[in-house]
Ligand binder design. Structure first.
Ligand code: GCO
Length: 509
């Protein structure tokens, strides 16, 4: 029988999955996960036959969406009172981004948002995840609010609502105000947690009448571990060299604190009942062969490996993972009294950004698992870190229940996608078939998670359109819509057409 385990590895609950896995037939599985067989039939494209292989139908209330982030699409970097963020400064330094690309113009979404919302409506999404730029709202990071910046998001959200699209707003997607970097070293200083919470209050007070789905912070790992480094310049802004790993870990702690205070600020300021989430790109561990021993190994790796043990585990449980902290030794973050209670604020939703994963197997060592190296020829989606591992989505969702005991915490896939070498044909089409293959494979794993009763509630594809891919500039395309940066023309790719059909049918095609 399946068991659910707490962070200490001891059994805490008996799973309802055991029941599901034994129940007879597809119909029982669908009924148990809230799916209606009759609506499946209605939603199918004409002539589509259902077989066990293509019957990956989702519950009727499953959320289909797409995601973007402010710095990657907005442009208008110095318009209407916005001041620089650390990415403006960093990307202007020689050698930090491919071709010296910056987000100065990006997809010019600031001016073209109405057309972009039309594109979303054409795609058929009812949910859109975007981020709000702190340096547009409070250009100096703290102090005066720039109402013109707020107005932009008001216009965007009104346009979304007019098209029946629910906004999901991330309050921080890596664009820290440069002013705070200059003033006190942004994430190196504990003060940023309070300044972030104040910024959240100002945003939610003004936009909380029309946005009720809030995400505090996106991917703590990327702007801390990748933004601060020892020895060589890190790949992400602010690109600061620090003296010790401890200082890097301390930025993680400050980010967690900002998240916790941010949750409190949102809940205090919202004029309407609101949902609060944290978005984490936590590591997914896949049992290389699905045996009980390897599943137990994956469970251990999930909580003990450094990234999860220092970000996801404290955010969900209010405690850093002991083994991860012990391994860090003197580099562990310094914690003040009361911090952990703030960090472990209850969440309404967990946002899971999932692109890739790692295979593990049981091992006879002190940790009880081994993370396996991938062979050189392992399939990759043209990013050095983006290995094609579709099961990562399923195991990443499952382990929140199974390794952390959070069986009822709703999970949204807040990002999933890949880069590809897209070319526009003479007829003006883009056949990004590797993306279609990628999406289909990952969505089958999303379906498995739902069908087995894990609380996966939705999927946001990264990304709605090609955009500024950080240090890769515009050389990597993650969109289901092609953007010609010279003319700002948007061209839906084959993956857009595919996703459109998936959404309409509510099943993987
Ligand atoms: C992320 C980032 C995106 C990236 C995407 C592809 O949260 O990792 O949100 O900004 O563009 O992940 O690398």
């Amino acid at each position: 029988m399946n068991k659910l385990y707490g962070p200490d590895g001891k059994t805490v609950l008996t799973s309802r999955r055991a029941f599901l896995s034994q129940s007879a037939g597809v119909a029982a599985l669908m009924a148990a996960s809230g799916m209606s067989t009759s609506s499946n039939l209605i939603a199918q494209p004409a002539g589509a036959a259902t077989s066990p292989m293509n019957n990956a139908t989702f519950p009727p209330d499953f959320i289909w969406g797409a995601a973007t982030a402010a710095y990657q699409i907005e442009g208008a970097a110095s318009e209407d009172g916005r001041k620089p963020c650390v990415w403006d400064t960093f990307s202007r330094l020689p050698g930090t981004t491919k071709n010296g690309d910056t987000g100065e113009v990006a997809c010019d979404h600031y001016h073209r948002f109405a057309d972009d919302v039309k594109l979303m409506a054409e795609l058929g999404i009812k949910h859109y995840r975007f981020s709000i730029a702190w340096p547009r709202i409070i250009p100096d990071g703290r102090g005066a609010v720039n109402e013109k910046g707020v107005d932009f998001y008001r216009r965007l959200v009104d346009e979304l609502l007019a098209h029946g699209i629910t906004p999901h707003a991330t309050l921080f997607h890596w664009d820290s105000p440069q002013a705070l970097e200059d003033l006190y070293g942004s994430w190196r200083n504990r003060q940023i947690a309070t300044d972030f919470a104040d910024y959240c209050t100002q945003v939610v007070k003004r936009l909380g009448d029309r946005i009720t789905n809030w995400m505090t912070i996106n991917e703590i790992f990327c702007f801390t571990y990748l933004g601060y480094g020892v020895g060589q310049r890190p790949q992400h802004a602010p690109g600061t060299l620090v003296k010790s790993r401890q200082e890097v870990l301390q930025t993680v702690h400050h980010a967690l604190l900002a998240h916790g205070l941010g949750c409190q600020a949102i809940r205090a300021a919202t004029p309407k009942p609101a949902q609060v989430a944290l978005v984490v790109n936590y590591d997914a561990f896949i049992p290389v062969i699905e045996t009980p021993e390897n599943i137990a190994a994956a469970r251990r790796a999930f909580v003990m490996e450094e990234h999860n043990g220092t970000v996801l585990v404290p955010a969900l449980t209010g405690k850093y993972n002991e083994q991860a902290i012990a391994k860090l030794g003197a580099d562990a973050p310094k914690v003040q009294a009361g911090d952990m209670a703030i960090i472990g604020q209850p969440l309404d939703v967990l946002g899971f950004n999932i692109y890739t994963g790692s295979y593990v197997k049981a091992a006879d060592n002190d940790r009880g698992y081994e993370v396996l190296p991938l062979p050189k020829e392992y399939p990759q989606m043209i990013m050095p870190w983006l290995n094609f591992i579709p099961e990562s989505l399923y195991w990443g969702v499952r382990m929140v229940s199974e390794a952390l005991g959070k069986t009822d915490l709703p999970i949204l896939i807040t990002e999933n996608g890949c880069a590809s070498n897209d070319e526009v044909t003479a007829k003006g089409e883009v056949f990004d078939l590797s993306r279609v293959m990628y999406m289909r494979s990952y969505l089958r794993n999303a379906h498995r998670a739902v069908a087995e009763g894990y609380p996966l509630k939705g999927y946001f594809h990264w990304s709605l359109m090609d955009n500024f891919e950080w240090s890769w500039g515009y050389t990597r395309r993650f969109g289901i819509t092609h953007v010609d940066y010279a003319t700002q023309t948007r061209l839906p790719k084959e993956s857009f057409r595919w996703y459109q059909q998936v959404i309409a049918a509510n099943r993987v095609l």
